[in-house]
Design a protein around this ligand. Sequence first.
Ligand SMILES: Cc1ncc(COP(=O)(O)O)c(C=O)c1O
Length: 500
Amino acid sequence: MSSSGEYMNGHVHLEESDMDESDGKLFLTEAFNIIMEEILNKGRDLKEKVCEWKDPDQLRSLLDLELRDHGECHEKLLQRVRDVAKYSVKTCHPRFFNQLFAGVDYHALTGRLITETLNTSQYTYEVAPVFVLMEEEVISKLRSLVGWSEGDGIFCPGGSMSNMYAINVARYWAFPQVKTKGLWAAPRMAIFTSQQSHYSVKKGAAFLGIGTENVFIVQVDESGSMIPEDLEAKIVQAKSQDAVPFFVNATAGTTVQGAFDPLKRIADICERNGMWMHVDAAWGGSVLFSKKHRHLVAGIERANSVTWNPHKMLLTGLQCSVILFRDTTNLLMHCHSAKATYLFQQDKFYDTSLDTGDKSIQCGRKVDCLKLWLMWKAIGASGLSQRVDKAFALTRYLVEEMEKRENFQLVCKGPFVNVCFWFIPPSLKGKENSPDYQERLSKVAPVIKERMMKRGTMMVGYQPMDEHVNFFRMVVVSPQLTTKDMDFFLDEMEKLGKDL
Ligand SMILES: Cc1ncc(COP(=O)(O)O)c(C=O)c1O
């Protein structure tokens, strides 16, 4: 003990907190003002840039990223917060069309901030009483939109993980012995997914030891939807190679073209072959809110599992993804449980079925339900439905306007909110038959992309696909967009590409 009566351990005071509460709270308050001003006000201001592009070396030195022995003063740290805001891409900006998420919903954002502040884990009722009950309600509502009055589900860290959960649970359903005995105890397994499905299916096959060569790729038609006849052919092919078909991944809303696979026909094939049917509705699931557009996923209720990312079309913010199951036999829990006794004690004083953490492959799990719940409370299912309908209507407007302009050639214009197109610069007009046309066209998108990033005026993605050379994919996600934003997009494209 020191002469002042305090316990000392070297220079560490053991009888007082190391954290200065008032300094910390002042910092948070001032940083919050920067968040409001620099991200939410300027970040959504049309006069401001979507991104302040810097080359990586320049950005590294501007940010002074090195971590040192000593700490920094309040003012310097606030400047760092401003710099993070300044040089980050403003995905909430009305001219950000680059990803399958965009915009900002203030109720959802409030949910995200509360989640961060409460900093708990979703695994047990004792540390997350509110969120365990809330997750149950949100999952049950999403499930009923799919058409299931019962079932199971869990929030996962993203759609790729949700798809991997589906593969793992399906494998447990088909070959339960794999959980304990490993892959030695199972035959060669086959998965089926379309050419245009998300790459997470292949990643899942690699991660789970199924092997990417056992993912049979099913052909798509012109619109990008799986051809059921080819699915049947691929099942026959897999069987002829002594592989056991057990899992079909159908996509509702493909990443690039926004195509919907024919779910009813795929369900028939799965039933006939005793296979698990999964629907990756990470992108397109939100059409379930819309009376007008839910026909796109007709048959989804016949699936065994569904992935759905509200962080895409519904604007909850990253991350918010669920995997939903039709199963009522607790497969999800049986498949993943490890029964850790330090966390899931069975003699607790409350109903231990509320400790849902053992359904997960994670231990600590972020709370992802609050942002969706709060937003849903704020605008109701009807508000969410209107958002979906608005995105569809704005997409129609964009397509019609694009068709009026001579520099645009559509690759796909529906049925969803993905608009894929080539920008044909004046120098390539009428040159379709020249031998180097495709090569020259392919170079247009990367140049326009570089220009838009450096000017900071907007962001939209491009890609090659199948036999198509580089084309742009514009996605209309945010309900905060208007026809003016669509007009701006087309005008800006023309400006960026006029001299090419
Ligand atoms: C159809 C589809 N499935 C799955 C995913 C993966 O979702 P996440 O990015 O949340 O992992 C995406 C992402 O764009 C997607 O488009």
